[in-house]
Design a protein around this ligand. Structure first.
Ligand SMILES: [Zn+2]
Ligand SMILES: [Zn+2]
Ligand SMILES: [Zn+2]
Length: 330
């Protein structure tokens, strides 16, 4: 099932009004948005990025990796910079430093700690206070990263990310990772949306043939006074007759329920058109209880009353169906 807003988005991608849905990353906040989708979808459709992602999961949209973004787990700030840090206290203030070890007593200290202010320029071990003629005698030198905050000494500092907003230093694993993608209509999606649009067109033609004035992709007022997007609205002023119609591949309970609510609010008759000719058992019984007229799109783009009750079309069936449409379309 797709909402009128989602169908509008797919139709715009199919006819080139939208080339592809490119993410925009706000320089200030790092928030990711999809402006083309946001402008096209209705508010009730939910967050645009989630809509695009769910269409990609249904293989209607192709996903292309754009980039990965990392956010601070504490303040959600987006500016994380790489830093090396002390593995013990996380302080980035670790500095590669030369250390000396006095062979006789084993004391290890910074180079500077061995220097004294003695007039003869002597060096003294800060541990055993033995005077050393030079650094080279009885000491060995090596380099370590020394933490200036907790004095931890390590061969290699740890890899960390530092948040520029809250200054917190975190392990890369703790950072929140978001994959950012661009979305375009693929061939399967193109065939799919063309089928949905043909079903909508067949619905419009059938209603116009009965003398209705028909509007597509519009809204009606729901029972609570809210605006409800619908695929087709038809009105016969003379007879005071109204129809709201929804187009779905395989209507589920939510689709039937949304149609029923829209019909109630506008005092119209609900009409449900499927492109698969199949409807879930639960949705079928809700449709029967709510006096929803059920029609299906036939292969020659007309509408007829004939439905199977069954599960969501399997990947394979759906694929073959699309293939049939694809072959027919060439
Ligand atoms: Zn430290
Ligand atoms: Zn010593
Ligand atoms: Zn932060």
């Amino acid at each position: 099932m797709v909402s009128p807003g989602t169908l509008r988005l797919l139709a715009n991608l199919a006819d080139g009004r939208i080339d592809e849905c490119v993410p925009r990353i706000e320089a200030e906040t790092g928030a990711v948005s999809h402006p083309a989708a946001a402008e096209t979808l209705d508010t009730g459709d939910g967050p645009p990025t989630e809509v695009l992602e769910s269409l990609a999961r249904r293989d209607l949209l192709a996903r292309a990796f754009e980039e990965k973004l990392y956010y601070c787990p504490d303040c959600a700030g987006e500016e994380l910079t790489y830093t090396t840090a002390c593995p013990s206290c996380n302080s980035p203030h670790t500095v590669e430093t030369e250390l000396l070890e006095h062979a006789d007593c084993g004391r290890v200290e910074l180079h500077a700690a061995f220097e004294t202010e003695g007039e003869y320029g002597e060096y003294v071990c800060p541990g055993c206070e033995e005077a050393l003629p030079s650094f080279d005698i009885n000491t060995s030198s090596y380099r370590r990263y020394v933490c200036r905050d907790c004095d931890e000494r390590v061969e290699r500092p740890a890899h960390r990310l530092r948040c520029r907003e809250c200054a917190r230093v975190v392990t890369p694993r703790r950072a929140i990772e978001r994959v950012c993608c661009r979305y375009s209509l693929d061939d399967v999606g193109k065939v799919w949306v063309e089928t949905q649009l043909r079903a909508r067109e067949a619905t419009v033609e059938a209603l116009e043939a009965k003398g209705f004035e028909v509007t597509i992709d519009t809204t009606v007022t729901g029972p609570a006074g809210d605006e409800r997007p619908i695929h087709v609205y038809a009105e016969d002023d003379l007879l005071g007759d109204r129809v709201v119609a929804a187009i779905h591949e395989w209507p589920d309970v939510d689709a039937v329920s949304a149609l029923r609510t829209a019909a109630q609010g506008s005092d119209a008759r609900p009409l449900l058109v499927t492109t698969s000719g199949s409807i879930g058992a639960e949705a079928a019984s809700l449709a029967a209880d709510s006096d929803v007229a059920l029609l299906r799109l036939t292969e020659d783009d007309t509408l007829e009353r004939d439905h199977q009750t069954g599960g969501r079309p399997s990947e394979r069936t759906t694929f073959l169906q699309r293939l049939t449409f694809a072959v027919r379309g060439t």
